[in-house]
Ligand binder design. Structure first.
Ligand SMILES: Nc1nc2c(ncn2[C@@H]2O[C@H](COP(=O)(O)OP(=O)(O)OP(=O)(O)O)[C@@H](O)[C@H]2O)c(=O)[nH]1
Ligand SMILES: [Mg+2]
Length: 384
């Protein structure tokens, strides 16, 4: 396979030369089963980086340069990856030019690609990985907590390093995500690329490595602008994912249940002159029945029930869950809240209780009633 190691440069003279020599002389000779190339993605550096690379291109025939206007790290990667794929790349690496990424790990990344992974992430935050011990404490905290925050906001914990830029990527992943990635010109490109790959179910592996400190040249990162841009992305991506995924559907179903219950209550009381408590109970029973079916056939469609026996059993569970939720959690919260803070706070605790109820319901539905079936794919394929 043609593998292109892409290294982005903006004023990395001195560094890029060393990286190229390490790759050509120490790393590539160890890779026997792939056709290895280097592509420098330079944004018209003003310090002679490109000239240094062009000089080395005379010696190394598998070395190339792709230059363009400086629009940011993400823009440089999209441009260079497009160029690499147009020239036959099957797998591409991202690696910083400033020698912070240990290039001798490349064969390990390729082993994972050979095993069938679509994307391999170099990680500093899991066993075997590290950040420079010489960094001042603020820089360490910034790095560790920044990354942890991304994982918490996205609620994705399997991958340990979201913000790094040492990766191997199959061309299929890039081609699938390219159009959406053109919106991310700066460093946020890294997090968004990985998040989209996870969303689309690509197989992802990790390789731990020790992150070195920069010895030559200046950092290009503008920390404040990066943090703001990154937070904007992860928060909006997380909200969008939750609203368009099962949680969003679960809220819509809950809303329809509320309307059904309200309409039945009004009709039975106003038109049929029935007792309000009995009417409310009838409305609740009907709304819960509707919620169960909508959740089964829409929200958790992939894990829906398969036969009548299961349908009845899960429906009973669903009624029980709903009853426990309303009686214990929602009513219990109001009871405790008003006991502690006085009767006038009842509505506040109704809102808090409803919030807890939603989380409780969703958790029970997702993890008990419609828990993900591990053999689903196999079952579906076999039944086709
Ligand atoms: N082509 C291109 N490369 C860039 C741009 N911004 C950064 N880079 C390169 O991307 C890599 C990572 O940038 P760094 O400034 O080292 O960021 P960092 O590693 O997070 O920060 P330090 O630890 O301080 O080095 C380096 O090889 C840079 O030269 C850009 O706008 N265009
Ligand atoms: Mg760096």
């Amino acid at each position: 396979m043609k593998v292109v190691v892409i290294t982005p440069t903006y004023n990395e003279k001195g560094n890029v030369e060393k990286l190229i020599r390490i790759l050509e002389e120490d790393v590539f000779p160890q890779v026997k089963n792939h056709d290895m190339h280097i592509l420098v993605a330079d944004d018209n550096s003003t310090d002679g980086t490109a000239e240094e690379v062009r000089e080395l291109m005379k010696k190394y025939k598998n070395l190339d340069i792709n230059q363009g206007e400086k629009k940011g790290l993400g823009a440089a990667y999209v441009r260079a990856m497009t160029y690499a794929v147009d020239n036959g790349a099957e797998v591409m690496f991202e690696i910083d030019a400033d020698l912070q990424h240990d290039a001798t790990k490349i064969p390990e990344f390729l082993k994972k690609i050979d095993e069938g992974y679509d994307m391999v992430i170099g990680t500093r935050y899991s066993d075997g990985g590290s950040i420079p011990a010489s960094w001042p404490i603020q820089r360490k905290m910034f790095s560790v907590f920044g990354n942890l925050l991304v994982r918490i906001i996205l609620l994705k914990f399997k991958i340990h390093d979201w913000t790094g830029g040492y990766r191997a990527i199959r061309k299929e992943v890039f081609l699938k995500e390219r159009e959406e990635l053109t919106n991310f010109k700066g460093y946020t490109f890294q997090v968004s690329f990985l998040n989209k790959a996870v969303r689309d179910g690509f197989k992802i592996a990790e390789v731990p490595f020790h992150f070195e400190s920069r010895t030559i040249g200046d950092s290009k990162i503008a920390p404040m602008a990066y943090i703001v841009d990154l937070l904007k992305y992860v928060i909006s991506a997380s909200i969008m994912e939750k609203l368009t995924g099962p949680f969003g559907k679960f809220l819509v179903v809950g809303g329809t249940g509320f309307i059904i219950q309200a309409v039945i209550l009004r009709v039975l009381v106003e038109i049929l002159k029935m007792d309000p408590s009995v009417s409310n109970l009838i409305g609740a029973v009907a709304a819960i029945f509707s919620n169960f079916n909508l959740n089964n056939f829409w929200t958790f469609k992939k894990d829906r029930v398969r036969n009548v026996g299961e349908y009845i059993w899960k429906l009973i569970n669903f009624y029980a869950t709903s009853a426990i939720g309303v009686i214990l959690i929602q009513t219990g919260t109001i009871f405790l809240g008003t006991k502690l803070f006085g009767k006038q706070t009842y509505f506040l605790f109704f809102i808090i209780g409803t919030g807890i109820l939603l989380i409780y319901n969703f958790t029970v539905y997702r993890f008990i009633i419609w828990r993900v079936r591990p053999h689903d794919e196999k079952v579906q394929k076999e039944s086709k």
